[in-house]
Design a protein around this ligand. Structure first.
Ligand SMILES: Nc1ncnc2c1ncn2[C@@H]1O[C@H](COP(=O)(O)OP(=O)(O)O)[C@@H](O)[C@H]1O
Ligand SMILES: [Mg+2]
Length: 371
């Protein structure tokens, strides 16, 4: 008998995929921001798409989370991948037009790389030259060359990791300028920037240089219909499906935890209860720390105190409502609760809501128990 270890397969996202494919089919015009709640499936979606792209695309996937980025050097280190042979050689082959030959012999030429390949000596010059101008100039030339034969696609995951690069504040500006150069101005490379930090995206959204030069794609938690279908694939009956959606919502990472519990023969509702308890504990922990130690939010280099009572009264708004308008919440409180992954700010239509249904219910229970 086959052991019951069926892997969780990539599910749905048909609309989102179609939208991204449509973007990829046209000339690069805008910088694409892919955002959505934490663990909603942004990385999974883009990774799945990369794997299935036709040969005419050369994809560079850079995940900034892999390293801590505090200094300019750290940023350069994650952006590039030192390659002596392998990928670098293949890219050089494209440059020297061996490409035609490769394609005609039918060899697969889909390139994927973690970072932009450079050789060691070049990377070292980037470190020596204190100016970051050279790096971006190099990259523009690099993508221009690839674009002669193929369509380059640059994916930067966990973009918010560079948000803290205050020391080199201009770097973010230069990076966006570089992205805009590749898309809106030169039309040579598709750029996708991914982030769960909706406030970082919002900050970026307000950057003057980006006005009318970017597009936002929301990858949300699964909606009800998708959630039920997804659960249905893993031996979860209709009644359980509805209960699960009602109690935790449609965050893929949460659903996978339930599917896993079911596979291990656990009672679904017990798992749901455990998840709620643990989310309550985490949220309570955050609130307790705030009450005792206080906290502050920095904005334009000015620090603002986070008022505990105000945080609680903001959370109370979720007593009856599932979401609130950005106008109903103080900026400081919003930044605090979003930063701590309790709330998610949907910049496009200015709504603020908990990170998931599970979070919403955890907030409601905490407030009830406070009385
Ligand atoms: N469409 C999907 N089908 C199946 N599993 C998914 C899907 N999207 C996300 N997941 C699962 O949910 C988890 C979180 O997804 P991830 O892509 O890391 O989220 P994000 O990048 O938005 O934080 C992963 O373990 C992934 O396997
Ligand atoms: Mg991710």
């Amino acid at each position: 008998m086959k052991p019951n270890i069926r892997k969780i397969e990539f599910f749905d996202r048909e609309n989102e995929k179609r939208e991204i494919l449509n973007i990829l089919r046209t000339e690069p015009q805008l910088l694409n921001f892919i955002y959505g709640p934490i663990n909603s499936g942004k990385t999974t979606l883009i990774t799945d798409m990369i794997e299935n792209l036709p040969d005419d695309y050369v994809v560079f996937y850079v995940n900034l989370r892999r390293k801590s980025i505090i200094r300019y050097e750290d940023f350069i280190r994650v952006l590039f991948a030192i390659e002596e042979g392998g990928f670098l050689k293949k890219i050089k082959n494209i440059f020297t037009k061996v490409l035609k030959h490769i394609t005609s012999t039918g060899e697969k030429t889909l390139y994927k790389s973690h970072g932009i390949p450079v050789d060691k000596s070049l990377l070292e010059t980037f470190f020596k030259e204190k100016s970051n101008e050279d790096v971006f100039n190099y990259l523009v030339e690099y993508f221009k060359n690839i674009a002669k034969h193929k369509t380059p696609v640059l994916v930067i995951d966990e973009l918010q990791m560079i948000g803290g690069l205050e020391i080199n504040g201009k770097l973010i500006y230069k990076l966006f300028n570089f992205f805009i150069g590749l898309t809106k101005e030169l039309h040579i490379c598709h750029v996708f920037a991914l982030s769960s930090d909706s406030l970082f995206i919002e900050r970026v959204y307000n950057e003057a240089i980006l006005k009318d030069r970017c597009r936002y794609l929301l990858i949300n938690n699964f909606d009800e219909e998708t959630t039920l279908k997804f659960l249905g694939k893993y031996n979860i009956n209709k009644e359980e499906q509805k209960l699960i959606y009602k109690n935790i919502g449609g965050k893929p990472a949460h659903l996978i935890r339930i599917i896993d519990a079911k596979k291990r023969g656990k009672e679904i509702m017990n798992e749901v209860k455990e998840m709620l308890e643990s989310r309550k504990k985490e949220t309570n922990d955050t609130l307790r720390k705030l009450k005792e130690f206080g906290s502050e939010i920095k904005y334009n280099n000015v620090s603002y105190n986070v008022d505990y009572t105000k945080v609680i009264s903001t959370l109370k708004m979720f007593g009856e409502k599932d979401e609130i308008s950005a106008n109903d919440i103080s900026e400081v409180i919003k930044m605090y609760l979003v930063k701590d992954n309790i709330l998610f700010a949907e910049c496009a239509n200015e709504t603020i809501k908990p990170q998931s249904k599970l979070d919403l219910l955890a907030i409601r229970e905490i407030l009830k128990e406070m009385k």
